[in-house]
Write a protein that binds this ligand. Structure first.
Ligand SMILES: Nc1ncnc2c1ncn2[C@@H]1O[C@H](COP(=O)(O)OP(=O)(O)OP(=O)(O)O)[C@@H](O)[C@H]1O
Length: 286
């Protein structure tokens, strides 16, 4: 299976923030959830991948092609949605179709109209009269209507009610069914990622801390609760991150089965996508 995205050692330097050696690959036919707390670097990664922010190092390949050398071709094959609607608010959905129809050779008006109807979006109403959720749905409809091979979505379900979120997640699942398409989706809504993601990539303070298949991650990782004394006595080689409070420590463990063999007396709880995110966001590296 070849990769839709392969990012290697991507770097971006802002005055108060740096993206450091960000690397991950997304195989075709799959969905990757890109997770991290506010300010972790998700949008910066996406913008730097797409050349919207200038990278200070590293390489980005989409469909096996170097982004910098094949920007035009690559852009015609991807649909991108940011958390803010990128269309001018005096336009209507019908105007958006006219503009995008001129930009994309594969623009599909009937498909776009089908999404507008499915999402309940009036064609003639100005975007400024749309609600936040309607604007997001319009961005998603537009991103899907030129038959892209890859969707890159920055918080696409934020601000949407659970019914619409589910409807959109179903569309994403349908999109990848042919095993050629892929989706990179940044989100704080871990329950959405639990439903649809095949891979999870966690970013924290500008660095990738984990990138794995969701099944492997849930199978391998565990959370150990122990006292400070127990923590101090343990070998830290399989510890990823740790949170301490007045009652003791919570430790994220890389390989819970291996740890339990070495410490059968200790209890290691299973992880969820949300608990891993919280362990990184609120913990300290061990
Ligand atoms: N144009 C810019 N100039 C300077 N700093 C920036 C710029 N854009 C982003 N940053 C900084 O980069 C850091 C990461 O921001 P980014 O938007 O990538 O985070 P995020 O993970 O997408 O967060 P959120 O979940 O809140 O959207 C922040 O500290 C932000 O202030």
């Amino acid at each position: 299976m070849s990769d839709a995205i392969c990012v290697e050692k991507l770097c971006k330097q802002y005055p108060d923030f740096s993206l450091q050696d960000v690397s991950f690959c997304l195989p075709k036919g799959s969905i990757m959830g890109f997770i991290g707390e506010n300010g972790a670097g998700k949008t910066t990664t996406i913008k730097t991948m797409l050349g919207i922010a200038k990278k200070t190092g590293g390489s980005v390949k989409l469909f096996g092609l170097d982004f910098a050398d094949h920007e035009k071709e690559i852009k015609s094959r991807i649909g991108v949605v940011f958390d803010e609607c990128s269309f001018h608010d005096t336009l209507t959905a019908a105007d958006v179709a006219k503009i995008l129809g001129k930009i994309y050779a594969d623009w599909d008006d009937p498909l776009y109209l089908r999404y507008l109807r499915q999402f309940g979006l009036p064609e003639k109403k100005k975007i400024k009269e749309y609600s936040r959720g309607m604007k997001m749905k319009l961005s998603i409809a537009a991103a899907l209507s030129h038959h892209p091979d890859l969707l890159i979505l920055d918080e696409p379900t934020s601000g949407l009610d659970p019914v619409v979120r589910e409807e959109i997640l179903d569309i994403f699942l349908e999109f990848i069914q042919d095993e050629e398409h892929a989706i990179l989706l940044s989100s704080h809504i871990t329950s959405d990622l639990d439903k649809i993601a095949d891979y999870l990539t966690f970013i924290h303070e500008g660095k990738i801390v984990l990138s794995k298949s969701k099944d492997e991650l849930l199978e391998d990782l565990g959370i150990l609760k122990c006292s400070r004394e127990e923590f101090d006595a343990l070998d830290k080689k399989s510890f990823l991150t740790c949170r301490t409070n007045q009652f003791g420590c919570e430790v994220l463990i890389k390989d819970k089965k291996e740890f339990i063999v070495r410490h059968p007396e200790m209890i290691v709880d299973p992880v969820s996508t949300e608990s891993v995110m919280l362990m990184y966001a609120r913990g300290t590296a061990v």
